[in-house]
Design a protein around this ligand. Structure first.
Ligand SMILES: [Ca+2]
Length: 372
């Protein structure tokens, strides 16, 4: 008779020595820390199944008792160097104890840390250790691809936020030498002004043990001792204004000559107005507007940046019969799109010419408020 796995069953347990890096730029990672982790994972595990004191030991060390958190047990310690990790957890044989069952023996053989993952991304700009993605790039989607791993275990690649998983790829069969992993961020799946974590892991198994026959184990479950190399970095999705500032002024900070109210190229048009009207803020130019009187009306034509408008920039054509204008008005102003090439529109504002012998017209803009 075939015995079915219990409703609660362990599917994998193990010990991992991990070398963590941060990716800081294209092709560049920097060491962050080492860690040792013991874990028991499975289906519908409760805090008392199979034991409240799952643990591992070795000759001269332990027991190291796993803690239960949200359906799994973990024991984790972090170390600032490999020497400190190896002093606390040498490469030797460990006995993994689940409940009162016979121990599962797992061995860290000589160091087998795989190649450090380095992720190549098909979009974005590396800036101060983060990958910045523009709204247009988020709308189009992009791909991530790793370098080859020389490990013999799993490759994983994840992109996620606290709220959602965007990419969750695993190569579960032993990939052999020179295997890579890749994933796609689907078009429109990243939100403006949100942060996402990218995590890539290469594993190298040095010891494994079948758990078949243990009363608490699911069929085809295994225990592993493995070395892993992890790489992390952060994606920030910019808003339209910040992406524009990065593209044309080389920074995302609203400061100095890149500030909204600064005039980076000294042409008399502040950066915020250059953004709103689709001008180049670092190349001197003239804002191409026109004023025409047609009968009882005045027609005022100005350029509008389609992306800036879509992002919430507001435009106000205002008139006054006195300067300095303390009485700017939008009364009677009617606007229409005169032309549109996809990135820039020409907007024609029609307003009453008035009964006096002069009338002044201006364009005022307010930038969209950052999302809080
Ligand atoms: Ca300017």
């Amino acid at each position: 008779m075939v015995s079915l796995a219990p409703a609660q069953s362990v599917s994998v347990l193990g010990l991992t020595k991990t070398r963590h890096h941060d990716q800081t730029a294209a092709g560049t990672t920097a060491f962050y820390e080492y860690s040792l982790r013991g874990f028991v994972e499975g289906q519908s595990l409760s805090a008392s199944f199979p034991s409240p004191s799952n643990r591992f030991t070795r000759s001269g060390g332990g027991p190291y008792v796993l803690g239960y958190v949200n359906g799994r047990w973990d024991y984790e310690e972090f170390f600032s160097s490999k020497a400190l990790l190896d002093a606390a957890f040498p490469n030797t044989s460990y006995d993994f104890l689940v409940g009162a069952s016979p121990a599962v023996s797992l061995t860290f053989a000589s160091d087998g840390y795989p190649t450090q993952p380095v992720i190549t991304v098909s979009a974005g700009t590396w800036h101060q250790g983060r990958l910045l993605i523009s709204p247009a790039q988020a709308a189009s989607g992009f791909t991530l691809t790793s370098n080859p791993s020389n490990g013999n275990g799993f490759l994983t690649l994840q992109v996620f936020s606290s709220a959602t998983d965007i990419v969750d790829e695993v190569v579960t069969l032993n990939p052999g030498l020179d295997a890579t992993i890749s994933g796609t961020v689907p078009p429109g799946s990243l939100e403006i002004q949100q942060f996402y974590d990218v995590h890539a892991e290469f594993d190298h198994v040095t010891s494994s043990a079948s758990l078949t026959g243990q009363t608490w184990a699911a069929p085809n479950s295994f225990g592993y001792a493995l070395f892993s190399s992890n790489t992390w970095f952060e994606i920030e999705v910019l808003n339209e204004l910040t992406a524009w500032r990065l593209q044309y002024l080389g920074t995302i900070e609203n400061t100095g000559t890149a500030a909204d109210d600064a005039d980076a190229d000294g042409d008399g048009i502040v950066n915020a107005m250059e953004f709103a009207t689709g001008q180049h803020p670092a190349t001197r130019g003239v804002l191409n507007t026109s004023v025409t009187r047609t009968g009882g009306n005045v027609e005022f034509v100005y350029p509008r940046n389609v992306a800036a408008f879509a992002a919430g920039t507001e435009y106000f054509v205002e008139w006054s019969d006195s300067l300095p204008g303390t009485s700017w008005s939008t009364v009677g102003v009617v606007e229409e799109v005169q032309s549109d090439n996809g990135t820039l529109q020409q907007i024609k504002a029609t307003l009453p010419a008035g009964t006096g012998n002069k009338r002044f017209v201006r364009l005022r803009i307010t930038l969209p408020a950052p999302i809080e």
